[in-house]
Design a protein around this ligand. Structure first.
Ligand code: NDP
Length: 309
């Protein structure tokens, strides 16, 4: 038997149990899946933030910790974790992120608010530009950033992407490094943030870098709240430099009711719903990683503990 501990908040158990059992059966994995085990008996830990497991040392035979979320900032710095850590790359989550990003880009690109909120008898015949005339930049060209960049490029937007290491991709202008960041921001009529939260990305979008963006630019942040210096963003919005920010993630979640973002007319707050891990497709990814662990193959989507993602 392979002992798999589901170490997430109890409400997730109801959401995932059936799909996990189906995925294990589909790969003929003889899994005993439970929410409690003696620590020394556990072969794999399925993990999510606010997990009851915070000290990994007693899990002496555990072969891997399999994170249910794409972001690993809540566990990657845990000194007791010596086992391999895999993050979630879930086709369902990727599809959800594409839909969220494309939807919010199209809202701003087409100027939909003007018509949705402006039903006042005024015939505003402003015609939006074509996608080919609106430059979109994506910070983070990983699983989610690259998928969104490709979807936006497919719609005709000229897309520039920025990553830590040099990359190339058909139809995407790929940049990296500090110089690459400046060029990427200077061309961002619409900016998408899909970077992980690490020591190097915290407050990446600060006062100076916001000033590199074109006047009237729009920001869509489904990455992490810590990527943005909130004070600098509010100042830039107030000064009319950044025209709008659609923010899905925040330093404190839920976003406190008295936070200025809630009442700011140029901010759209969404409650960290850009894209959830989808239980069915994510369970297949978890099962595949356990299969790999059992036959000695490399795990998928391993986290680089030094880079922090
Ligand atoms: P990946 O690890 O696949 O990609 C991360 C990307 O960020 C890579 O391109 C990486 O560069 C780049 N990057 C990391 N650090 C730096 C840096 N210092 N400078 C420049 N580029 C950097 O992650 P995912 O695409 O799967 O997820 C991205 C993030 O999206 C998650 O970490 C999470 O925070 C967020 N997320 C939000 C959700 C929501 O609902 N709001 C849902 C899911 C995820 P390189 O390619 O060189 O490694």
């Amino acid at each position: 038997m392979i002992n798999v501990l589901f170490a997430a908040k109890p409400d997730r158990w109801d959401e995932y149990e059936a799909d996990l059992r189906t995925a294990f059966a589909a790969l003929d994995l003889p899994v005993d899946l439970r929410t409690e085990f003696p620590a020394q008996d556990v072969d794999y830990i399925i993990y999510a933030p606010n997990s009851p497991v915070q000290d990994f040392r007693p899990y002496t035979r555990c072969k891997a910790v399999l994170n249910l979320w794409a972001g690993v900032e809540n566990v990657v710095g845990n000194d007791t974790l010596t086992q391999p850590l895999a993050r979630m790359v879930d086709p369902g989550m990727t599809q959800g992120m594409i839909e969220f990003v494309v939807g919010h880009v199209m809202r701003h690109h087409l100027g939909m608010d003007l018509h949705i909120h402006g039903q006042d008898g005024v015939w505003r015949d402003h015609v939006p530009p074509l996608a080919q005339d609106r430059r979109v930049s994506v910070l983070g060209l990983g699983e989610l950033g690259m998928a969104c960049a490709n979807a936006l490029s497919g719609l005709g937007f000229p897309v520039t992407g920025w990553s830590r290491r040099a990359k190339s991709a058909p139809n995407i202008t790929c940049r990296h490094g500090e110089d690459g960041l400046r060029e990427t921001l200077e061309q961002a009529d619409i900016l998408i943030l899909l970077l992980p939260k690490t020591a190097s990305t915290e407050n990446l979008l600060n006062e100076e870098r916001l000033s590199w963006m074109p006047k009237g630019a729009v920001i869509v942040n489904p990455g992490r709240g810590q990527l943005i210096d909130d004070t600098a963003l509010l100042a830039s919005l107030d000064a009319g430099h950044i025209a709008h920010a659609t923010l899905d993630v925040f330093r404190i979640e839920p976003l406190p009711v008295d936070h200025r973002y809630w009442s700011h007319p140029q901010v759209t707050v969404t409650p960290h719903i850009a894209s959830e891990t989808r239980a069915r497709t994510a369970s297949e990814v978890i099962a595949e990683n356990i299969r790999r662990g059992e036959v000695g193959e490399d795990f998928l989507h391993l986290v680089d503990r030094t880079a922090g993602y």
